[in-house]
Design a protein around this ligand. Structure first.
Ligand code: SF4
Length: 497
């Protein structure tokens, strides 16, 4: 019997700390309002957030299995027309270290992924006006022909918007044009879209940190266009810079709102079982929608944004001024830079507890999103492991290469064995998944990647938590030769923004 999708009911008269409300949210029977979400983010004890986010996660995904994927993050070009002040990756065409990879180099990277049992490439790049639509189509076709078993998770909304600007496709509206491009990319082999470029949606923040990048509406509408074509996507958020707490909640609310639209407009007409809390069905076939949400703190090294003074400065303390981002941030996204003269001139970093709080609240707010991803690539493997008890059901990726977060100073290396060990030591059974979060292998036997390691003292020393390594690191436990001169491995959907 089919059921028309209805968002969960809200109970705005209840206090965010009401145990009845939190219990109902955790069991998938109630939706938090934005006000309640903000109260939780700013006021709830950390362990309370963890307890309810973990309960919500267990309700959706069961008590036992937590997943990861083997993919490779390929940044095909670093030439970009945007000027995001948080970015340490982009180059202009004139820079001596700018690059666009040749097809053969790209195929070689996919071959190396295939050789270790990888199932997905995450392919993103700068917004490079020199590349034609035919260049992309030939690349996608080439990858699909050579590696039909590897899914292509590629091109974030800002890239799609620039494709429209560069290729001038037919169509009356921007979204018509995006769909025209997307149809062709999809026919050539592109399977799904990563959530890069989400940053913070609120216009006051976005225009300050992401010059030349598409706005919130364009970002969301590109994803909606992809959903209308039956494609799956991810959503992302990068926080811990100039934004206020309300901006984070507004961002989550917008993702949730557009997910409602996608499920209602393109779903099967039935409540997806996973979303309704049936742990035996991992990810049912429905129309296109967001499969996961990935959020991580801003990484400051080598960026203009990272050079801002940290709040509170001595002057802020003397004046007793609040964090400017909080003055400007509004739950409906309507804040303007004029509301505080220091807006955009102070940083407020997010450390480990802030990361865990934000992730836990995202699990509770995003009742219609199946997966919350741990961000070990930015927070380190052990905080990433703890994140599995704060609402995350997915440990991200054993990736062979990452060039964007690592450009901003965060460099961690994990291979499949270490990732499995982290998941197992957190109290779960590690399981390899595919792009759609369907489980490929559940590691219960003594042939599991982590249980096959004979000497962890050797393995850990070489591979775990390597910071600021200049030349890259090997991710294959059986081969001491670095695969790539680039840096590391990481999680899905973080890389290019
Ligand atoms: S974050 Fe992405 S869009 Fe912005 S400058 Fe860097 S590569 Fe370009």
């Amino acid at each position: 019997m089919s059921t028309i999708y209805q968002p969960l009911p809200e109970f705005p008269h209840l206090d965010a700390s009401d145990p009845g409300l939190l219990g109902a949210v955790a069991s998938g029977q109630a939706r938090l309002t934005v006000e309640q979400g903000l109260d939780l983010l700013t006021s709830a004890p950390l362990h309370t957030l963890g307890r309810y986010a973990d309960a919500r996660c267990r309700d959706l995904h069961g008590d036992h299995v937590r997943s990861y994927i083997i993919d490779r993050n390929i940044n095909y070009t670093n030439i970009c027309t945007a000027k995001c002040i948080f970015c340490a990756f982009k180059r202009t065409a004139k820079d001596h270290d700018s690059y666009t990879l040749e097809y053969e180099e790209l195929y070689q990277k996919v071959q190396e992924l295939s050789d270790i049992g990888g199932t997905q490439i995450l392919m993103q790049g700068g917004m490079n006006p020199e590349l034609s639509l035919d260049w992309y189509l030939e690349l996608l076709n080439g990858i699909r022909e050579r590696f039909p078993h590897v899914k292509i998770h590629a091109f974030s909304p800002p890239e799609l918007i620039e494709f429209v600007n560069f290729f001038d496709p037919p169509g009356k509206t921007l979204i018509d044009k995006v769909r025209w491009v997307l149809v062709r990319l999809k026919e050539a082999g592109m399977g799904s879209l990563p959530g890069g470029g989400g940053e913070i949606f609120a216009p006051a923040v976005r225009t300050k940190i992401g010059m030349g990048k598409c706005d919130m509406n364009a970002w969301l509408e590109v994803m909606y266009a992809a959903h209308s074509l039956g494609m799956f996507t991810s959503a992302s958020m990068m926080y811990g810079h100039i934004e206020g707490y309300a901006d984070r909640i507004h961002h989550m609310h917008m993702v949730r709102h557009w997910q409602d639209k996608a499920i209602r407009d393109f779903g099967t007409g039935e409540v997806p079982s996973a979303i309704a809390g049936d742990p035996t069905i991992k990810n049912p076939e429905t129309g296109g929608h967001y499969l996961g949400f990935h959020a991580w703190p801003f990484q400051p090294d080598n960026t203009a944004l990272g050079r801002l003074p940290h709040w509170p400065t001595a002057e802020d303390k003397e004046a007793g001024t609040p964090f400017p981002g909080d003055v400007v941030a509004q739950l409906d996204g309507s804040g303007t830079k004029d509301m505080d003269k220091n807006f955009g001139r102070r940083l407020r970093f997010a450390g480990s507890t802030e990361y865990l709080r934000t992730q836990a609240v995202s699990r509770l707010m995003l009742d219609n999103i199946y997966t919350i991803g741990s961000s070990w690539v930015t927070m380190g493997p052990h905080v990433g492991q703890v994140a599995l008890n704060f609402g995350a059901n997915d440990m991200g990726s054993v990736m062979m290469e990452e060039n964007v977060v690592s450009s901003a100073g965060t460099t961690y290396c994990l291979d499949e064995a270490v990732l499995c060990r982290l998941i197992r030591n957190a109290g779960f059974i590690p399981a390899q998944r595919d792009t759609k979060y369907d489980i490929l292998k559940t590691h219960t036997s003594d042939q599991s990647p982590d249980l096959l390691v004979e000497d962890w003292s050797q393995h850990r020393t070489k591979r775990l938590h390597i910071e600021s390594q200049p030349e890259g690191c090997d991710t294959q436990p059986t081969d001491d030769t670095p695969i790539t001169a680039q840096i590391t491995i990481g999680q899905t959907d973080t890389a290019k923004s």
